[in-house]
Ligand binder design. Structure first.
Ligand SMILES: O=C(O)[C@H](CS(=O)(=O)O)OP(=O)(O)O
Ligand SMILES: [Mg+2]
Length: 230
């Protein structure tokens, strides 16, 4: 498998297969939303777009990063979201890095959104579909965020060598700037368990696939059987 690891500003043309990685915290939050029953997640272009979508669909749950904000129902925190009842709900998510990265590759034929919590399920999709060229979008810090790069490198290895050990990749993520900022209260809308929840390897059995549905980009969980011997 040929791999590239690019930051959002480096994305020139649409890749064929994209794995968009945001460990802290957008796609850990997305996975928790599905675990709490959400049917789908609409990735919004802007906070205004998220609020406009919610105005058109009053039952939708609007979520954004940063502190709690008027009109929004939730913040981008796995620790805060893990007790929410989202059964059958549609979540509209807007964050600084993760949702922007996914929207930047919306023309790709396959878009997977990932963090450590869905690492093996994501790698399994790449194996099953026999993807030979994969672009990993390292969403944080212009492509320099080590929690995202470590996770992307782990998934890339895991897609070809199922025995790849995660310890060093998880350690790098735990030592990243994002982890420190979350722990030190620099970032807002945070629960004390957020970093630990973002580092839970394979917490969930599903991958997350984003597709265009009309004018919207929509993320849904995807279960793929492990197959024989995996
Ligand atoms: O919520 C997050 O962790 C970040 C935003 S910030 O860096 O805390 O301002 O957004 P994400 O898109 O999940 O990296
Ligand atoms: Mg991030």
């Amino acid at each position: 498998m040929e791999t590239r690891f690019l930051g959002i500003p480096e994305l020139a043309e649409a890749p064929s297969v994209a794995v968009v990685v945001d460990v802290m915290r957008a796609f850990t939050v997305a996975a928790w939303a599905f675990a709490r029953g959400a049917e789908k997640i609409v990735l919004a272009e802007s906070p205004e777009d998220a609020l406009a979508l919610k105005a058109r669909h009053p039952g939708w749950v609007a979520l954004k990063d940063g502190p709690p904000a008027p009109g929004f129902d939730a913040v981008n925190s796995p620790g805060l979201l893990r007790s929410a009842d989202l059964a059958g709900r549609t979540v509209v998510q807007k964050t600084t890095a993760g949702t922007v990265g996914a929207l930047a590759v919306r023309e790709a034929s396959l878009v997977l959104c990932a963090g450590f919590v869905v690492a093996e399920a994501t790698a399994r999709v790449l194996r099953t579909r026999e993807c030979d060229r994969v672009t990993f979008v390292v969403t944080g810090e212009g492509g320099q965020a080590d929690e995202d790069l470590a996770c992307a490198q782990y998934i890339a290895l895991r897609a070809t060598e199922t025995g790849t050990e995660a310890t060093d990749f998880l350690r790098r993520a735990g030592e990243s700037r994002a982890a420190a900022e979350l722990a030190e209260g620099v970032r807002q809308g945070v629960h004390p368990d957020d970093v630990a929840l973002c580092l839970e390897l394979d917490r969930f059995p599903f991958a997350m696939v984003a597709t265009s549905e009309g004018s919207l980009m929509v993320l849904r969980p995807s279960m793929q059987s492990a197959g024989p011997g995996r």
